[in-house]
Design a protein around this ligand. Sequence first.
Ligand code: PNS
Length: 160
Amino acid sequence: MQKAIYPGSFDPVTFGHLDVIQRASRLCDAIVVAVANNDGKKSLFTIEERIELIQEATSGNEKVVEVTSFDGLLVDFARAQGALAIVRGLRAISDFEFEFQMALMNRKLDPTLETIFLMPTEEYTYLSSRIVKEIARLHGDVSAFVPKAAAAALATKFSA
Ligand code: PNS
């Protein structure tokens, strides 16, 4: 069983994340989507909300065996899950430096764990949860960037 972890903040999940999950599911037998609980970022959505939005968006993908949160080091979570690899999306050169640093640090922490970078379709190269939140906060249309449930949840958050 080739299991991979797809970790992230997912605040909220976007079509870019879903594109990466789709690509990963062609390579792996099982994918665990792992929402980081302690990455120090102030998030708009609670962990439970983020998990629910991902679950809803991936319910048709049988390779996604679990959507859960994790505390502590990613490598410890991946080891506990029996995963062989960490999947990360790489959109542009601007992602590279941080991703490279993280991948090499994770390798130092656990040399048995590989990081696999997958590039989402070009259409989503510019897409990020941060930009989507900004658009939603200013009451713009985000339906081309996030699943329906996430668009509705964003509208509710910024309805005041
Ligand atoms: O979606 P993001 O915010 O880019 O995801 C970053 C994430 C959650 C994958 C990263 O911050 C992480 O792995 N956090 C867990 C703590 C950890 O293991 N830190 C050391 C990484 S070298």
